[in-house]
Design a binder for this molecule. Sequence first.
Ligand code: MF3
Ligand code: CO
Ligand code: CO
Length: 251
Amino acid sequence: MIIIKTPDELVQMRESSRMAALVLDRVAQKVAPGVSTAELDDFAREEIGKLGAVSAFFNYRGYPGYICASINDEVVHGIPGTRKIRLGDVVSLDVGVTYGGFVGDTATTVMVGVSDAELIRLVRTGEEALSAAILKAVTGARLGDVCHAIESTAIAAGFSVVRDFVGHGVGRKMHEDPQIPNFGVPGTGPKLKTGMTLAIEPMINMGTSEVDVMPDGWTVRTKDRKPSVHFEHTIAVQEGSAEILTCVKKK
Ligand code: MF3
Ligand code: CO
Ligand code: CO
């Protein structure tokens, strides 16, 4: 069952989502050659704490980090550790926070002095896929319209979408109905209603769509070890155009 948030609940979702966006923004600024992903995780823990929020990831099914940090061929769920970021890397950062009983979930991929044209194009395509999906996430549309927008953007650019991991409804729990695959058929699936809150999260691969989960039980990598990018916003379905909740706003 897809939960529709009341206006009061949407106020709460705006708060938690704004915090997630703020933390993601701050962590992204810390990304540089020589910085370890564990350092980013420590910094995120502190920033989340300062806001009076909690990480939605820490201890989620035993997940040991406060954020996810996935480098190059790592798609999602990279566990922060001693590995250091290097020049030319792409680093996907995912932040989820709970505040006031609601979750905000957002991700971005940061280029670290990337000069490879195909990799730059991959990153731009990931951003474009998320924007195209958000444009479809309006009252009266079908979920398949949103999913298809991601897939068609990726395919048109000559890239592939990850099929084994999906976006999702988000609210009092990080993962609510519906699942939001990064592929789909327009005009199919549930009708979107005002007040649905969705985490839309394209994962776009340069090569094969196939992925492997590493022996740590979390880190997802592309099977061909080519790079992958990840972008995610928590949005609220509204009439005419969606409201992006995970954006940094001054209070
Ligand atoms: N934030 C991820 C998502 O976008 C889920 C991370 S689960 C974790 O759905 F345990 F790895 F943190
Ligand atoms: Co996320
Ligand atoms: Co998510």
